[in-house]
Design a protein. Structure first.
Lengths: 330, 330
């Protein structure tokens, strides 16, 4: 494999190009260049071979997923993506072909999302490859979306469709043998490659009353919003938007509704909006060509509870029991 | 070991406190809060158990080194340290006691350097622990120190003393048995714990004509400055400042001069300054109580060479042969 300096010069430097502040990766660090009145939003996510992806996964898709999960976090704060730092600890199996694929994946995402590599660190590890990416976005100063700012009476919305990734994993594991090939492929793709809502997020500034991205599962992430706002959230299971493929999967296996509601990796946005702003949310959905679906509402926390709770109800308003509330990282 | 959310709440949240923009780690990301006219400088470094530190090293010192190597990169750009993101992939051996020590080390460094944890990501890995830290600093917009900006005739300076860390490693490896215990301990400490020049760096804004921190070794890092500036650097070996312990070590083993000049982990600053500004450099040295020693000069690149080169000369101006030019990461 290439030495470190050759690796940086040949593979990574083209990802920085001559973008302002990157010094073409020739400096100790980078400057984050912003327009007047903007401030920087930052987030970091790590992915480990064998934990968050498989050793045999195409390096292009590993790179794309690594960048996209971070861009989703920026979107949840209403930040437009700008750049990223990469810290890569490459394991013994990583060869030039893998690195070239990984960099090609990053290059493709840079074109899609308008971001630039600002800098990084590469090293070797005797263990599985571990990758961490720090993403930088820009918001008008002081206006980033938060989690703790919902108000009683707000309506709860989600973008896109929910549960595709969780069902895609089931399909890949052979648990949905009756599903047709096209539907299986759609769901598997939603599992493999998040679609961060990088256009929606900044468009929600000043409209959403609170926001996060759904990575741990709809119910678990709703619980985060509820806890931070110290309010209760009610989610109507029948209102949760499903893709045609997810509907087909649930027709075969109705018991997988729990996976839809609690499975991770949706990377859609869950946000609140004041009831007076329904028309604006609908107009935004039409403008972006992206479903924004009302799935519930925000209420005062039950007396005697410390922080907020999430109540999932069926079509008749009755509590829906869920086996699992979501996914944690340990 | 604690679950992820408990880990964040109990151990990491106190490191963020209620600092502006951190949302007490309750959001998807963080805002980087700057004063008017400032911009952000960012850098990332990764450390892997068994590669950059040993599994048995105290977790406090692992945390301190991880933060300090990044603060050194900020100092090299003249940035005052402000905050950091941590991405931690914890291996199977990591238990609560290790985590508590690691966090205690971070807390101590936060007090020393005035930085705050902004956010992060924690996950598990079946392999060795790998840690990556992204550090944020602030500089007046457009004034960050660079590498490629030296001019012919500039004088070359280093801060502090050079070679202690490389000799400390030799001492730890038993290669300096004749050295007294105090000198050995001093050198070993310089190897274990970098002293990032976080006060000097910002003080060099507008004074230094180019700067980097010496992590790969004096000669290798001087070569980086030379290449980026496309100028030649001449370093007088006899002018390189040595600690009393390093002098004692070289008295025992004169052949280790090569280690002094090419060994890594000094984390001192190497910078250029116009010859007209010698008095200002001397005054700064006196004000900070930190040696700033002239070790050479900048010259036009030799005709016919692509980029700059480093010439190390002895006390008589004769070229000094060096076995190794420095350390690379692969």
């Amino acid at each position: 494999m290439r030495g470190e300096f050759t690796l940086i010069a040949e593979l990574f430097r083209p990802l920085a190009g001559d973008a302002p502040g990157t010094y073409s990766l020739r400096n100790d660090g980078a400057r984050v260049v912003l327009a007047p009145g903007e401030e920087s939003v930052v987030t970091v996510d790590a992915m480990v071979e064998g934990v968050h992806y498989l050793a045999g996964d195409p390096p292009e898709s590993v790179a794309r997923k690594l960048l996209r999960v971070n861009l989703s976090d920026l979107a949840a704060m209403g930040a437009a993506p700008r750049g990223y730092l990469l810290a890569a600890c490459f394991g013994p199996d990583i060869d030039d072909a893998w690195l070239e694929g990984f960099v090609a994946g990053l290059a493709e995402e840079q074109r899609t999302y308008g971001v630039t590599l600002l800098g990084g660190d590469t090293t070797r590890t005797p263990g599985p490859t571990s990758l961490s990416l720090t993403a930088f976005g820009a918001v008008p100063a002081g206006r980033a979306l938060e989690r703790a700012t919902l108000a009683p009476g707000d309506l709860l919305y989600v973008s896109g469709t929910i549960g595709d990734a969780a069902l895609g994993l089931k399909a890949l594991q052979g648990e949905l043998p009756g599903l047709d090939g096209e539907a299986s492929a759609f769901l598997a793709d939603r599992y493999r490659l998040p679609q961060p809502r990088t256009v929606l997020g900044p468009a929600l500034l000043g409209l959403a009353s609170g926001c996060l991205d759904i990575s741990d599962g709809l119910v678990a992430d709703a619980a985060h919003l509820a806890e931070e706002s110290r309010l209760d959230l009610e989610i109507e299971a029948s209102a949760v938007p499903l893709s045609p493929a997810a509907r087909a999967a649930l027709a075969e296996r109705p018991d997988l509704l729990t996976s839809v509601l609690t499975g991770g990796d949706d990377y859609e946005l869950l946000f609140g909006a004041a009831a007076s702003r329904v028309a604006e949310v609908d107009a935004l959905s039409a403008r972006l060509g992206l479903p924004l679906t009302r799935v519930g509402r925000v209420a005062d926390a039950q007396p005697g509870t410390d922080a907020g709770a999430v109540h999932v109800v069926d079509g008749n308003g009755r509590p829906l029991p869920l086996e699992s509330r979501g996914w944690t990282h340990f």
